[in-house]
Design a protein around this ligand. Structure first.
Ligand code: ATP
Length: 344
């Protein structure tokens, strides 16, 4: 099967190299197709997200992506389509997600003995972040030098879609509960509507438990009592923040995997940025992208190998082979080689 590869920048190319090294060792018949994006695409197509690259991702349906340097790509980005229509997005990653119709970003937070703090060693939850709307809809403007305002968009279609995805995921993966995280006490109309749509969908899944928490309370319990959560479904902004917290509670941003899923395509990527401070040094933690690769394997139905890689990654970490972000001295590729040596 052909899989798109978007190397990204900063530590992106190093993480991609380590991840493809592990996936290649599995011999499950994956063929990599390089797709230019960001700086590489600017040189070739004079646009950081060329329509040509998007078309290749749509055709392949699945891609793995390194992080992008948001500093260089910051601010709004406009994509012009073949038919002349154009759409402006608030950021680079938001543009890729929405151009491809990706609507949910699943981000697991799973504790690792000896690395996560004792309270989070057994943590095992997944955050389903809605990624098409909320305050990231690029509907904002300044009012001269006195104010600025932003529309926090929430549609029934988007909330029901991400909620159904979360309940279906819970059913398929034998998860017991789906929790909606919102702030309906303060943003009563918009987040109140998110909660209402969540509850409407929850009623149609009587076999799965459901509940909800205000985002501030959820953040507190995420730190103090992570076992309260199983599957969390939430808005774009709360999900963005909570998933970085999840990676921190695992032990490092370099441990947090993720995916961006739509009906037509899926792009798997780590939950962190391009870490320019350590780029090119060969010390970035590739766990985040290797585990994103594991999510990708499950997405394409390669379950047994996905389980084996995940087990090998956890064994490697627990054995003490660790990159500097989690107190070790291993390099990126040394870590990847160690994972491969444990695949059996
Ligand atoms: P960007 O501008 O691309 O968002 P950033 O440095 O602002 O980059 P992150 O890339 O998310 O944000 O990095 C935050 C911190 O976490 C940095 O100190 C970085 O070195 C560290 N970090 C992120 N990812 C990893 C990783 N895979 N391995 C080791 N450290 C990481």
């Amino acid at each position: 099967m052909k899989i798109g590869v978007l190397k990204g920048d900063g530590i992106g190319p190093e993480l991609v190299e380590a991840t493809l090294f592990v996936l290649d060792a599995c011999k499950v018949g994956l063929e990599w197709v390089d797709i230019p994006i960001a700086n590489e695409a600017l040189v070739k197509y004079n646009h950081p997200i060329p329509q040509e690259s998007l078309a290749t991702i749509r055709e392949l349906k699945v891609a793995i992506k390194g992080p992008i340097s948001v500093d260089k790509m910051k601010g709004r980005i406009t994509c012009v389509h073949k038919d002349g229509s154009a759409h402006t997005y608030p950021s680079f990653n938001n543009a890729i997600r929405r151009e491809l119709g990706l609507f949910v970003c699943p981000r697991p937070s799973k504790g690792i003995p000896g690395i996560s703090d004792p309270l989070h060693e057994t943590m095992d939850l997944i955050i389903m972040r809605e990624i098409t709307e909320d305050a990231y809809s690029a509907i904002e403007h300044r009012i001269g030098n006195v104010a600025a305002e932003c529309v926090k968009l929430c549609t029934r279609e988007a909330v029901e879609r991400v909620t159904r995805y979360s309940f279906d995921y819970a059913r398929k993966n034998k998860r017991k509960k789906v929790t909606c995280v919102h702030k309906a006490n303060a943003i009563s109309i918009t987040d109140g509507f998110f909660l209402e749509c969540f509850r409407d969908v929850a009623k149609t899944y009587p076999d799965i438990e459901s509940d909800d928490y205000f985002v501030d309370a959820a953040t507190y319990y995420f730190v103090k009592r992570p076992e309260m959560f199983d599957v969390i479904v939430t808005t774009n902004q709360y999900g963005d923040i909570l998933s970085d917290l999840g990676a921190a509670l695992m032990g490092s941003l370099g441990l947090g995997p993720g995916g961006n899923i739509g009906t037509e395509a899926a792009v798997f990527e780590a939950c962190h940025g391009s870490a320019p401070d350590i780029a090119g040094k060969g010390i970035a933690n590739p766990t985040s992208l290797i585990l994103s690769g594991v999510m990708m394997l499950r997405h394409i139905g390669v379950y047994e190998m996905a389980d084996r890689i995940e087990k090998a990654v956890r064994e490697t970490l627990i054995s003490g082979v660790r990159t500097p972000d989690i107190g070790g001295t291993s390099g990126t590729m040394e870590f990847a080689r160690n994972v491969v040596s444990r695949l059996g």
